[in-house]
Write a protein that binds this ligand. Sequence first.
Ligand code: UDP
Ligand code: MG
Length: 320
Amino acid sequence: MGKDIPTIYIVVPSFNEQEALPQSHEHLMQLMDEMIVQDIIAQDSKLLYVDDGSRDDTWKIIERLASESSRVAGVKLTYNSGHQNALMAGLAAAVDHCDITVSLDADLQDDIRVIPRMVERYKDGCDIVFGVRKERKTDIWFKRTTANMFYGLMKRLGVSTIENHADFRLMSRRAVLALLDYKERNLFIRGIVTKLGYKTDCVYYDRSARIAGKSKYPFKKMVNFAIDGITSFSVKPVRLVMHVGLLFLLIALAMLIYVLCAYFMGRAVSGWPSIILSIWFVGAFVLIGLGIIGEYVGKIYTEVKNRPRYNVDTTIGLDQ
Ligand code: UDP
Ligand code: MG
């Protein structure tokens, strides 16, 4: 640590990844060995797997990998805390042992061959290097379209994110420490890192298909993640209010069309159109307004509780 050749910790959050992990591990180990031989990274670099409360054999696999190699470390969370929290847990565990961290998904959808280039950019003085995917050919149409809509919406709402960057990212020790200082519970890490103010750069790669296993982000989780990214929190009943408001708005618009038709056909009773439209439109706007306020109140609610983000059960290979 702290030498010319940096010590790197590759942090991999894993939730029910028993199918993907062994294969991913092989690729990662090979890459680490190559980088060590080429003096790109230091000997004491490690792979750090975070088991995010998996219900399958993920932790057993991590334990086995750690017993086979001193280059493997593991952190086991007691319950499923979500990708972002698992990543924070991994970064927090890694930060005192290394000069740089690289965060990566367990399914190796992100091309690990660009990691040496990331390290190069670090050596050039960048504190954060974003992995950005060039295209999303391997994602299904639905995922691609929704993701593009999400990034577009984020941009219009003024949340700064790097387009097509997930959580494949190199961070220097001081950048990780700065990130860990953000104590909020409602985490949207990729929105925070762009705010840290350090020198950043991007490396580009093609995203491939999942190495094995299924996506741990089903549509429901994806929608929630997107909404959390915008408001940083969600309370279900409040969101329901919002949805009802939107529904009312639709009804109001349908009513508007109906009323206009009735008017032009000379069938409208005088006084009726204005009243019926007011009822639906006012109702819709009140509900939507309540929904928006509720989103923020909900956010305050979770922040105020100040609960821990995760709880570490066991760690392996991290004693120093
Ligand atoms: N993940 C996690 N906790 C969760 C959900 C996902 O640690 O609750 C991990 C998962 O194991 C993977 C990464 O987050 O390493 C990204 O998940 P996934 O590849 O399923 O997402 P997608 O690429 O489909 O968006
Ligand atoms: Mg994936």
